[in-house]
Design a protein around this ligand. Structure first.
Ligand SMILES: Cc1ncc(COP(=O)(O)O)c(C=O)c1O
Length: 365
């Protein structure tokens, strides 16, 4: 199998599996227990929390473990609303976890929201953002703009966005799920109030995520019960998952530079092959080294192209895994206003991929 869908999920790496197994066999105590067995687990939990906090420039009290980025995103936006946000702002190419949370929260809390357009290059207009922030100056705004787009690989200008949020006293949330392997984001330098990551996009296990939430915010939880995760996320922590996530994170940080170099080389190789096979192909301008968004001129349907690839043992996708099977044009392609007579695909590279895999995949497109 040739797996070129690493933005959908990544395999769990062996070092991570070893940590998870050890946690289940040896350190299985409940971190809330006060006896030695529990304290041992608690110590490991807090070491993991500090690792994430240090890398992001946050306090460890600002790191919360969740079931994944979808939960982290909703929790962050809910907390912004509970802390007084009266107008929510996102952009059309955000992940559905953001778009649906914004729409739901705005409706549920009777507040307004704006969804910014993006250019053909997938970028938001800073002028448009500024104009909404200025227009809404009587209301506290909360802005949710992702770093790396999961489909187009477009990277938004976090510094400029956060500067605007600072100038207008707006909360700023950044979904950084697709940047976990490629970027280090310092939340305090950037003035970010909330940020999400997901372990399964980083060679960690599924069902574990992380939320950074600024300590200045009063916290509201989704569920009620115990006081775990400082009340923000009650319930016994997923210890094997969290320790596995921490290992995946530690290795990702160590290998960040080589991961970038390796995936960028694969991306450039793929672009060359696509261009020579389909001179009129659309090649996305997204700067993420590990995500290539491209379009080919064909009368075939997207599903047919993907199925043919699948029959040849090539795993590729048209975009977000959560949206697959919907048979609708991707909301990212629509938002970018790309021509409709192309089939758009996402090839996302991982640390184990090789150029010969790319050769094989493109020969079968
Ligand atoms: C950009 C982005 N945000 C959020 C998510 C949701 O992450 P999770 O699967 O951890 O809920 C994904 C995963 O598809 C993603 O790519």
């Amino acid at each position: 199998m040739i797996y070129l869908d690493n933005a959908a999920t990544t395999p769990v790496r062996e070092e991570v599996i070893n940590v998870i197994q050890k946690s289940m066999l040896d350190d299985w105590g409940n971190p809330s227990s006060t006896h030695n067995n529990g304290r041992k687990a608690k110590a490991k939990l807090e070491v993991s929390r500090r690792l994430f906090a240090k890398d992001m420039g946050a306090d460890s009290g600002e790191i919360f473990f969740t079931s994944g980025a979808t939960e982290s995103i909703y929790l962050a936006l809910l907390n912004f609303v509970e802390n007084g946000a009266k107008h929510l702002i996102a952009c059309k190419t955000e992940h559905k976890a953001v778009l649906d949370s914004v729409a739901f929260l705005a409706d549920k809390h009777g507040i307004s929201h704006s969804i910014l357009d993006v250019s053909k290059d997938g970028l938001i207009s800073l002028e448009a953002l500024q104009s909404i922030l200025a227009q809404e100056q009587a209301a506290t705004c909360a802005v949710a703009i992702m770093h790396t787009n999961n489909e187009s690989g477009v990277i938004q200008a976090l510094e400029d966005i956060s500067q605007l949020c600072r100038e207008h006293d707006a909360f700023f949330f950044c979904d950084a799920v697709q940047s976990g392997l490629t970027h280090s984001i310092h939340v305090k330098e950037l003035g970010i109030h909330g940020m999400s990551f997901s372990a399964h996009k980083m060679y960690g296990p599924k069902g574990v995520g992380l939320l950074y939430l600024d300590k200045a915010l009063k916290r509201t939880s989704l569920t009620k019960g115990g006081g775990q995760e400082r009340g923000l996320r009650p319930g016994t922590e997923n210890m094997p998952g969290i320790l596995g996530f921490a290992k995946a994170w530690e290795l990702a940080r160590k290998e960040q530079a080589s991961f970038r170099t390796h995936t960028l080389e694969l991306k450039q190789h793929a672009i060359q092959l696509i261009k020579s096979k389909y001179p009129e192909a659309y090649i996305g301008s997204g700067e993420a080294p590990h995500i290539l968004h491209f379009g080919i001129p064909t009368t075939k349907k997207t599903d047919t192209v993907l199925m043919e690839l699948d029959l040849n043992n090539v795993c590729l996708s048209a975009g977000s895994a959560c949206q697959s099977g919907s048979h609708k044009q991707s909301h990212v392609v629509e938002a970018m206003g790309l021509p409709t007579d192309f089939v758009y695909l996402r090839m996302s590279f991982g640390k184990g991929n090789t150029k010969s895999e790319i050769d094989y995949a493109i020969a079968h497109i």
